[in-house]
Design a protein around this ligand. Structure first.
Ligand SMILES: O=C(O)CCC(=O)C(=O)O
Length: 238
């Protein structure tokens, strides 16, 4: 399958979300090549398939079959693997994945509230489902030490778009003022869409721009996930 990498990167920067419909499954090597065209990929030790950077999300793999509340991947991270690739390997349709463009959600907040949220700091933690499940003991220790913090509103480092960011599923606390987190979630859900997985679908999304969630499911379902460093070229140029 011939991919137009420049077009994919343009869409990733422009929209934060790219859907690549495929008539047949992309191989592990092709998926890795696609992710690596953005930058280095995150490697783990457990629940991987074919390569340490390919994570298996399934009822018996990462996250099991449970509900995954709204979150941004790698919010707790030590490093900059803020791009995610998901590939449907088996029965993705059993549970749709929902997404919200947080640039749009932010633009629909009153300006005064945007400015207030810029002053507040969100602190994030490594979810229990990932501890000792994907990361090695060494990675787990460094993630816990990372004490990842970020303002609730900031300008995206690659494209300057103002985004709202609070990853409810991994949010430990907010410092600097009060926030009605459930109220913010309700606001964001006005802009959510569901991705109904088709066989072999591949998605890429920017975790500084897009938040996502998945409901619990019953049965067999398998996605592959690769986390990649999305703005290597932007950083190199600056
Ligand atoms: O299983 C899904 O549809 C999404 C998985 C997910 O939320 C993640 O990989 O962070």
């Amino acid at each position: 399958m011939n991919l137009d990498i420049d077009r994919i990167k343009f869409e990733f920067d422009d929209k934060g979300f790219v859907h690549i419909p495929c008539t047949e499954p992309m191989s592990a090597a092709a998926l890795l090549e696609l992710a690596k065209s953005f930058g280095p990929v995150l490697e783990g030790e457990r629940h991987t398939r074919d390569h340490p950077a390919i994570q298996v999300i399934s009822e018996s793999g990462l996250f099991g079959d449970q509900d995954l509340p709204w979150h941004n991947d790698f919010s707790y991270g030590d490093g900059d693997f803020f791009g995610t690739l998901l590939a449907n390997r088996k029965n993705g349709r059993v549970a749709s994945t929902s997404f919200v463009d947080m640039a749009t959600a932010c633009a629909h907040l009153p300006e005064k509230e945007q400015e207030r949220l810029r002053m507040l700091m969100g602190h994030y933690y490594l979810p229990a489902a990932l501890m000792s499940d994907f990361y090695s003991d060494r990675q787990e220790r460094s993630m816990k030490r990372a004490r990842s913090t970020r303002p609730l509103v900031f300008d995206h480092p690659a494209n300057g778009k103002t985004v709202l960011y609070f990853s409810p599923g991994t949010l430990r606390r907010i410092r600097g003022g009060d926030v009605n987190v459930n109220g913010l979630i309700t606001h964001c859900e006005r802009f959510a869409w569901q991705h109904h997985w088709q066989p072999n679908d591949v998605l890429l999304y920017d975790n500084f721009r897009v938040m996502h969630r998945r409901p619990p499911f019953v049965g067999e379902r398998e996605l592959w996930r690769i986390q990649f460093s999305a703005w290597t070229e932007v950083r190199a140029a600056s």
